[in-house]
Ligand binder design. Sequence first.
Ligand SMILES: [Zn+2]
Length: 118
Amino acid sequence: MPTHPHLRLAGKPASAPRCRTTGCALRSSGELGYCSACEAVYHAARELREQLLARRGAQLHAAHRAMFDALSPAVRNRLLAHMAARTAQQGQPAHVFDEFGLEDFLAELNDLGLTALT
Ligand SMILES: [Zn+2]
């Protein structure tokens, strides 16, 4: 086969994709685009976030027990999760009942066609 040193292949040969974490040079190995080590950290961080939000929800429930206990368990859990995420995002203490968060929640229920809270 003749060689043509002045020619080169068009395009880049396929290489293994890199992990999506900034600064990580390992190969991506999963659907999320992380290497296995970074994916483990990602899942641990998500779990920690869920646990922290659950704690905020429990603290909010304890601070306003009469109001939340009047709701059905499904609506109560959904509202607590919504309110916990909202107050956490805004940097408010866990026991704060954010009335604008309640308005968001009610609007979301309305969008879903749900009107009963109990
Ligand atoms: Zn990585």
